[in-house]
Design a protein around this ligand. Sequence first.
Ligand SMILES: [Zn+2]
Length: 163
Amino acid sequence: MTFSRYLVAAAVLTGLAVPTSAQAVPSPSPVKAAAAAAKSYWGATPCNGRVTIAARSRLQAGMDPTTDAWATFSSSFGANNLAAPAATYRNCTIALARWRWPTAASMAEDWDLLCATVIHETGHLLGRTHDSRRRSVMAPVFDDATIAPAVCRTARPRAARRG
Ligand SMILES: [Zn+2]
């Protein structure tokens, strides 16, 4: 089983489009917990702390159907260009696919992958590119949920705790 990390390439193909589900949907607590884990993991906050995480986003035209998350931003080099200095990134969005995480309960249930995914996407918003090492959180594809960094265990939301 593989989990596709498909990011910026799709957004480049389709043009910069903020997911339509971004409006007025409060972030479920697992999303907030994952954002906190990402901040802790990287020791930095991208985009001057202004990142919109759009849960339950619909895939955009041309995206691989296995895409479960993607990041979009504008930069001094144009849309979604990781070659630009990360300090110039604005309009930063992380979209989480509705098909993969349709409910807050599903996010809690699938916490480790959600957490690792938000860390990965946040890495892009900090200017990180993909890492070919399989066990890297910046790997383009995750083999399984054990990829989740230790910070995901301490940041685990109450609803996702077991036992
Ligand atoms: Zn990626």
